[in-house]
Structures are given as structure tokens and as C-alpha cells.
Design a protein. Structure first.
Lengths: 339, 339
């Protein structure tokens, strides 16, 4: 009982780290990863290095490779292979981003523009392919058969999730289960792999491997749920615009919650705006009012919070350490990006 | 001397096989490969199986997997891994086809349509990604580290070639060397890998491995050169339309030859039609007349013929056999597809 109380107290009073503090813990490793990334983009084909640098340099906080670096440290890994594998994880992520940016003809006709406007659809696709195959080369060079299995399986799970998501766009009958299946595949599988490979690299037992995989997976789901909520509340930090998903007719949890609770009139609204993509300037505002009415954002963020706790709980098998605190903090950051 | 004469006579009188006869030699293996392809598309995500089947079922003569099957037979390989690896080669090829189909916004605006019109850009990209990552899973399951190195390197070489090709579109200053570099990367590298992996699978020495790699590479170049010539002469067999490359402003050898020999007026023509994509209905006809004037198609096909001979010569290290004849025939077929 005392132990339980102490644990509870500890978790209540815990002072989490911010992203800069986390990055500092793995700063040497992270610099090495960045160098590996630059080296592997190469300069043989100018268009590849130009676009890759554009997206990789602007590429945010390197959360996925940081997970590999921190979990490797947590497992007391003493080799160097985690560096290339962390770069490889970032390459897969970047390739996915590039391919996500591809515009459909129909959307183009409606005038929706994305980041790939600078370079064009085809460049995004082909440079994404290059990064993806380069990541594959890096893995083969640095990973065991078991690591290759985890990473190749994650890659095809991501692709399956992306296709599944595409089939639910504009489909108001999409269930919460399908949505969770999609984000588990398209987002959480890479987070899970990023953590799991550290246990394999360090020859840890199945228990540790599963703990890290679970940490990554739950964190990934929490991350995506938060992302999907942020699309309707915005974030100063991330410079995010409100309503991109709505304008594309993408079905995310906030919309699913509203549709489930909708009255007849509201059903017509969602069918018009999401299913038929027939939207006026006022419609996003109406959507936001409905989300407030049904507490859809709160419910989404509460679910993200639940997954965040599960991610942190998965780390219980590890003794306290700086890197464990950093991983717990990362989970907290994933769900607190709106602040 | 007598030996030389006999060899010469033999090569002159050699009766080559047609594609149906070649397929018959590996028919059992080919059926297994087709089954592996179907199994690995799966039916979890209907859109993936639908599009994959659409493109893989219509997917021509399976030339690349047949190369793996025939070269494995040539190396007396007795295992089963060549079947999955052949399927894997076809997956990579199909993914490339799907990504090649992606339309650029600018082209769409000019009304050029491709096969992906049925499914849309984004589906082509994401299903291509799925096939590519599935091929990766298959390799990891069935290939040694050395095979993974060959296949991952081929994949990134293909991507580099595709991007390089994209940067030369509409660029009338593209040299023959750059063009050969592009087709060597985007087409020949997969043919080379398809043949080389059989030597590795069968633990053959470096000499055999290089011979098969060279066979595949030369065959791939001959194949692409012929393809690029066919774009200006058409083929009843292949149901090919004339002038697709011209309409896209793609720089291939026939155009490079014409530009190199062009007078001032002709330079203006190529700049207008290829560089600025300012084309009238008459322009394709003018291009064909210029190609006739400078024997551009003959020169392209003569070069294809040279590479075909080099492919066949690379097989000299092997004793005569049914599968050797089939591989030689495949090289002949590659350059005779217009008939």
C-alpha cells in the first residue's frame, strides 16, 4: 500500500522534460544520425538532395529517431548500429510524408494545394521512393535478420494503413474501430518499430522487446489522436491551420464522435460536407460548433491521454534513469503539443 | 579455327525460342511465382488487392521473374527461394509502373491521361508503396544478406534513375551518356539483379555472378532502347500508340540523335515541341520525318542490337542447355518486339 502510494505520489509530482532537454540527452547520437542522413541523401542527383534536404532539414523534432536513440540507451546498447537504424526510421517517415503530399486529380481540380506544389507530384513520389529504398539499404547494412523483419513488416503495415485511410475518406460510416486500426497501422507501427529494434539490437529478452514495442505503439496512437484533434483546435507551436482534414473530407475521431451522436439535421450536414465535399465558408465553423456540442475534441484528447498513460506504464519494467524519464516525457509531449 | 567456325555457324543457324516456348520451360515455377504473388497481395485491404490484381494480372509476360527462374535453372539451383525472389522482382517492377503513372499537376492541366485515371494518383502511389514494402518482406524472408544487398541497391538505383529522368524531361541538352545512365539505372538495374541473385542463391563464384549480372544489365538496356524506339514506330503486338514520349517531352535516344544532327530550323522545332511542350497535331509527324531523315530509329535499334549481342556473349561461360537457349532467346525477343 505504501509502495502504491509512493508510486502514485511520484507520478503526480514527476517533473517531465521538454523536447530540448530530451534532445540534449542524446545530442551526440542525434548529431551522428543527422550526419548519416546527409551522407545518405548524397549529391549524385541534385533534385534528390535538394528536395530531401528541404523536407529533412525542415523535418521537425526527429521524434522517431530520438525514440530509437533513447531506447537503445535504456537497453545499455554499446554498439553503433542504432545510429544508422535511427536514420533509417527517419527516412521511412520522410518518404511517407512525401507520398502523403501527393494530390489527387479530383482534389487538384478543387484547388486544394499542398507542400508538393513546389516540386510537383512526381518528384515527391520518386524522391520518396529513393528515401524508402535508401532506408532499406541502410537496414541491410546495419540490421540483423530479426531487425529487418520488424522494419519491413512496419513498412508494409504503414502502406496498408495509408491505403485503408484512403478508402475511408469521405465515408461517414467509418467506425471508431476502423479509424483506430488505420492510425495504429499508418502511424503507430513505425513508432513501435523505432522502439522495438533497440531491444533486438541489445539482445534483450522478449519481455523487454514487447515492453518497448508497446511503448512505441501506444505513444504513436496518442500522437496521432492528438494530431487529429489539433486539426480542429490549431496549435500556435506547430503553426497548424485549422480544418485541413475537414476540407479534405478526412474521417478522424472528432468527426466520428459527432456523426455517432448527430441528429437528423446534423447527419445531413456531415453528408454534405464530408461525404459530398460540398462545403461553404461557414461549414468549418458549424463543424467546430458541433464538436463543442458533443465534446468531440475533449473525448479525442482524453483517449490520447489514456494511450499516453499506457505508453508510460509499458516502461515500468525498466529501473529509473534519465532516458526512462525522457521517454515518459516524450509521451507527455505527444499529447500536449497544443500548448 | 574449326571450333570458331562451328561456333559461328551455330550462332548463325541458331533457332531461337518464342516467349510461349520460354514460359513453358519454367511453367511449373512460373505458376508457383504467380501463386506467391496472389498470396502476398492479400485481401485485408480490398483496394490493394483490386488495384494490384488489375495491374499484376494484366502485367504482361513476367519477363523479369522469368529471368530469375531461368538463371536459377542455369545455375542448377535446387532450393525454393528463387520463387519468392522472382515474385519480389515482379513486385518491385509493378510498384515502379504504378509510380511512373503518377500525373503531374501541370500535365493534368494539359489533359494528358494515363492508366491511373481509373484509380487516382494517390491510390497508385500508396498501393505501389505496399507492393514495394511487401517485396522487401519477401526478400528478408527468402534472401541472404548478399541478396538483400543486391536487391536494395537495385531499388535505390531505380529510384535515382527515375528522378534523373524527371530532371531531363523537356531538356533538349540531355546527352546520350546521361540517357544511357538513366536507362541503365531505371530499367537495367532490376534486370541485372534478377539474374545476379540466382548466382548468389546457388553459391556460384564471382565469375558466374558477374556473367549473369552483365547478361541482365545488357538485356535491360537493349530492352529499354527498343521500347524507346517503339514509341516512335508503334507495335501491333504490344498495342502501343505512337508518340507518347514525344507528347510528354521525354528525351529518349531517337530525339537525342535528331537534336545532335539538327540544323537551325530543326533546333527551333525541338525547342518548341520538347522544351516548351508547345505542340500542334502536325508536330509528331514532323518529328517522325526528322527521325527518318537522320535514321534515328535505325541507330537506336542498332545500339539495342549491340547490347543484345553483349547480353548473349555474357552467357558464354555456361555450357549449352535449354535454359541457356531460352535466355539467349529472351535477349533476341527484347529487341524484336516490333514485329
Amino acid at each position: 500500500m505504501l509502495i502504491w502510494n509512493l508510486k502514485k505520489l511520484n507520478s503526480i509530482n514527476k517533473i517531465y522534460l521538454n523536447i530540448a532537454q530530451i534532445q540534449k540527452i542524446v545530442s551526440n547520437d542525434l548529431e551522428n544520425v543527422n550526419n548519416i542522413i546527409i551522407q545518405n541523401i548524397g549529391n549524385e542527383v541534385p533534385m534528390i538532395s535538394e528536395l530531401s534536404k528541404h523536407i529533412l532539414a525542415a523535418g521537425g523534432k526527429r521524434i522517431r529517431p530520438i525514440i530509437t536513440l533513447l531506447t537503445s540507451k535504456l537497453c545499455n546498447y554499446e554498439g553503433k548500429n542504432h545510429l544508422s537504424l535511427a536514420a533509417c526510421i527517419e527516412f521511412i517517415h520522410t518518404a511517407t510524408l512525401l507520398h502523403d503530399d501527393v494530390i489527387d486529380e479530383s482534389k487538384l481540380r478543387r484547388g486544394v494545394a499542398t507542400a508538393n506544389d513546389i516540386f510537383g507530384n512526381k518528384t515527391s513520389v520518386l524522391v520518396g521512393d529513393f528515401l524508402f529504398s535508401r532506408s532499406f539499404e541502410l537496414m541491410v547494412e546495419n540490421g540483423s535478420k530479426q531487425i529487418l523483419e520488424v522494419l519491413s513488416s512496419a513498412s508494409s503495415t504503414i502502406a496498408k494503413g495509408e491505403v485503408l485511410q484512403l478508402t475511408t475518406v469521405n465515408d461517414c460510416s467509418t467506425s471508431k474501430e476502423t479509424y483506430l486500426n488505420i492510425i495504429n497501422s499508418k502511424t503507430a507501427s513505425l513508432f513501435a518499430a523505432a522502439a522495438e529494434i533497440s531491444a533486438i539490437l541489445s539482445n534483450k529478452n522478449k519481455l523487454i522487446q514487447n515492453a518497448l514495442m508497446t511503448y512505441g505503439q501506444k505513444l504513436g496512437i496518442a500522437f496521432q489522436l492528438t494530431d487529429d484533434a489539433l486539426d480542429y483546435i490549431g496549435s500556435e507551436n506547430l503553426g497548424k491551420e485549422i480544418g485541413d482534414d475537414f476540407k479534405e473530407g478526412k474521417i478522424t475521431l472528432p468527426v466520428i464522435i459527432c456523426i455517432k451522436k448527430a441528429n437528423k439535421e446534423e447527419i445531413l450536414f456531415w453528408n454534405k460536407t464530408i461525404e459530398n465535399l460540398n462545403q461553404t465558408d461557414q461549414d468549418l465553423n458549424t463543424a467546430l460548433i458541433l464538436m463543442k456540442k458533443y465534446k468531440a475534441i475533449e473525448e479525442t484528447l482524453a483517449l490520447a491521454n489514456k494511450y499516453c498513460s499506457e505508453a508510460i506504464n509499458a516502461l515500468e519494467v525498466f529501473p529509473s534513469s534519465e532516458e526512462k524519464l525522457a521517454l515518459e516525457s516524450l509521451a507527455k509531449i505527444a499529447i500536449n503539443r497544443s500548448k
